[in-house]
Design a protein around this ligand. Structure first.
Ligand code: ZN
Length: 484
């Protein structure tokens, strides 16, 4: 089925600092690049909040009828410990030293863990997860091109980008070169033309992950040029949307724009979207406080990955959001109430009865879509789902409306990825016991019915009698549905 892309999707563009109607460069196709992780440690739940922005966008654009070409990179070399100044040690090599392991082993291990976290959190896989270390020739091509065009210069075996050669430098972050110069944050390297010039290529014989190039024997790329080269290789010279965390705006994305636009002469990305940091216990996550939780910590406490996913999308991506274990517990209850809603809708859809309640479902769907079209306003979108649940608790839906509500929840799940809609089949023994108990109740043999219920409880199956049939569910909360 070919859907016509929605024309009303509004996104907040960091570049213009306002909401704009989204239009793709090529009709029906979206090219999207997401800055991925630097794989020197386990991704924490705050990182996941940033990556979820990419996944929500991907899902909503597809539901709106676009083909989405999505690329999320893996930074496995060249990201230095002092992000702002582009100085310090390579984060991966520093971690390798701490763990007394090979840096390649470090990056491979954490890349695998990252991809497995994404899968557990129901991320839709992108077209490709390019690794920086596999794109060095593409980076060198751009660096040499930037030198040829007068935007970069060599100092010994290092290469720097000349920010004064690119007048728009600072447009994304609002930083002005003059102000940056006045600030003392950037350690001034004598050999740079301007203090805020950043490295495209560095040479260091002691670096373990290094490449031979025209610039010398022992070089490695700067972090920023990696994304310019990988996005160009996989998506072409112009992107529709580029995402990242709020900390990427400066210097990383500012530098990407300068490199890519100086090289191609074209606008690099038209929409820039940035997710706010997650707070934990009302403050910044920190290793010192021991609250840089990973998905494993969440699962070890008995939660499902989808509980965390819900917890991270229940706030709007541009607003502050807090995480505590108490909030995660509330999220679990909220999702269980929706699981229960699904079971009740299945009963109502299968039962007879007059047509009623269609307008409630249509209104919920319209509010959900309007919220998602409004810069992915997930809290409002979720509110529409809970409003429908609240309005229909008293069995106010007829069978057709219950069907429509289940269809709406499928759309919600396609957009948000947090519901449990699959119907779990009962094994024949359990179904036989439920039916035998129903028959016993019909025959008013309540002793037999109670005994059969006891057998089901022993098998981990809970039953609830409703006016429209019996609802079963597993005691561990997985699965469940109606039996007529
Ligand atoms: Zn990047």
């Amino acid at each position: 089925m070919i859907a016509i892309p929605s024309m009303s999707f509004q996104i907040h563009n960091t570049l213009s600092r306002r909401k704009e109607e989204f239009r793709s460069l090529q009709p029906g196709i979206v090219r999207m690049y997401n800055c991925g992780p630097t794989v020197y440690s386990r991704a924490h739940i705050g990182n996941m909040r940033t990556f979820l922005l990419a996944d929500l966008l991907r899902r909503w654009l597809e539901l709106s009828g676009y083909e989405v070409r999505q690329v999320m990179n893996i930074t496995d070399v060249g990201h230095l410990t002092d992000d702002d100044a582009g100085e310090g040690e390579d984060k991966i090599e520093a971690q390798a030293r701490r763990e007394k392991r090979d840096p390649w082993e470090i990056s491979r291990g954490y890349t695998e863990l990252f991809l497995s976290d994404l899968a557990k959190l129901s991320f839709v896989p992108p077209l490709v997860h390019p690794r920086a270390s596999e794109h060095v020739p593409e980076m060198l091509e751009m660096i040499e091109g930037l030198i040829a065009k007068g935007h970069a210069y060599r100092v010994g075996d290092d290469v720097y980008f000349d920010v004064k050669s690119f007048p728009r430098y600072g447009a994304l972050s609002g930083n002005r070169v003059a102000e940056l110069e006045a600030g003392a944050r950037i350690a001034v390297r004598e050999e740079k033309r301007n203090p805020e010039d950043f490295a495209l290529w560095k040479s260091d014989p002691a670096h373990l992950m290094k490449w031979k190039s025209v610039f010398g024997e022992h070089g490695f790329p700067g972090w920023h040029i990696e994304c310019s080269a990988m996005s160009r290789k996989h998506l072409g010279e112009q992107l529709d949307i580029h995402t990242g965390g709020e900390d990427n705006i400066f210097p990383h994305h500012e530098c990407e724009i300068a490199q890519s636009e100086a090289f191609t002469g074209k606008t690099f990305a038209r929409y820039w979207m940035h997710a706010r940091f997650l707070q934990v216990d009302g403050g910044k996550m920190s290793k010192r406080l021991g609250n840089c939780y990973s998905l494993d910590d969440v699962v070890a406490k008995g939660y499902e990955p989808r509980h965390l996913r819900y917890c991270l999308i229940r706030g709007h991506y541009r607003q502050p959001l807090n995480f505590t274990w108490g909030i995660l517990e509330e999220c679990r209850s909220a999702l269980e109430s929706l699981d229960d809603f699904v079971r009740r809708l299945r009963v109502a859809a299968a039962a007879g009865g007059p047509a009623r309640g269609e307008e409630l479902v249509a209104a919920a769907r319209a509010s959900f879509d309007a919220a998602m079209d409004d810069d992915l306003n997930t809290p409002s979108a979720l509110a529409a789902v809970f409003a429908l649940r609240g309005a229909t608790l008293e069995d106010r839906l007829g069978p057709q409306a219950a069907h429509a509500a289940l269809g709406f929840l499928e759309r919600v799940h396609a957009a948000l990825g947090v519901l449990r809609l699959e119907q779990q089949n009962l094994d024949q023994q359990v179904e036989g016991l439920i039916r035998a108990r129903l028959a016993a109740r019909k025959a008013k043999d309540f002793a037999a019915a109670d005994r059969l219920r006891g057998e089901l409880v022993a098998l981990g199956i809970a039953l609830e009698d409703t006016p429209r049939g019996v609802l079963w569910k597993r005691a561990d909360g997985t699965g469940g549905g109606p039996i007529q």
